[in-house]
Design a protein around this ligand. Structure first.
Ligand SMILES: Cc1cc2nc3c(=O)[nH]c(=O)nc-3n(C[C@H](O)[C@H](O)[C@H](O)COP(=O)(O)O)c2cc1C
Length: 213
């Protein structure tokens, strides 16, 4: 991909307000976006999140009332609810260590120092006290990754913080599993006539946002 194509995709994307409810993301494109989600990097690699992907309308219709009635929830092709771990435990770290050892074909004992570092920080250290917040920050990395990849593949998206997490947790049964909705992302294809598509991209100047030293 050329630099021009990359920037073209990022200029093209916008927070889509109106999706064409009749246009669905093809399976192969969705598979790539799902894989992109999974490939998101996280602190210590711990992946303290779960993604609930809703294509069925029933649950989405229920969530609409807890989303400021934003039509993207029901009109998009795929609605992704991104949930953060509410509290990190030693078991979470061990679960990851087991997986890492299995994938890299090494004994878990070889990862003892790594485990100690992660547990001492994210479970029992100062960040352990705010591990839900920490987990939510990891979720936002996944959100950014998903949106950029969607834009590159010509898929529209709307990141959505306008949701009531407690209600999402209840409807999707997230709390009992130790997760809480942090943010959502509606994906699909823009409806003709969504006036937001025609608005100029508004950002601060580079000189304001970037300091070069
Ligand atoms: C984390 C996050 C949450 C957002 N929540 C909503 C939302 O609930 N509803 C909405 O219509 N737009 C939402 N937006 C869209 C922003 O308003 C939009 O991205 C921003 O104004 C920049 O415009 P652009 O994305 O069209 O370039 C959200 C964006 C982000 C990054």
């Amino acid at each position: 991909m050329s630099t021009q194509e990359l920037l073209g995709a990022l200029e093209w994307r916008y927070a889509t307000k109106r999706f064409d409810a009749n246009k669905k993301i093809p399976a192969d494109v969705w598979q790539a976006l799902e894989r992109a989600l999974i490939l998101t990097p996280t602190s210590y690699g711990l992946q303290p999140y779960r993604f609930v992907i809703l294509t069925d309308l029933e649950k989405r219709a229920e969530l609409l009332a807890h989303s400021w009635n934003q039509p993207q929830v029901v009109d998009c092709s795929h609605y992704v609810v991104m949930a953060a771990r509410t509290k990190m435990t030693e078991a979470d770290v061990d679960n990851w260590i087991q997986r890492l050892a299995q994938v890299r074909k090494m004994p878990p004992a070889a990862l003892t120092a790594y485990r100690g570092m992660a547990v001492g920080d994210i479970v029992h250290g100062s960040r352990g006290k705010v591990s839900h917040e920490w987990a939510a920050r990891q979720v936002y990395i996944a959100l950014g990754n998903l949106m950029t990849c969607a834009a590159v593949l010509g898929v529209d998206a709307c990141p959505m913080e306008g949701i009531v997490p407690a209600e999402y947790d209840r409807v999707l049964g997230l709390r009992d599993a130790g997760y809480s909705a942090a943010v959502a992302c509606a994906l699909g294809y823009r409806a003709e006539g969504d006036k937001y598509a025609a608005l100029s991209k508004a950002r601060f100047d580079a000189a304001e946002l970037i300091r070069k030293i």
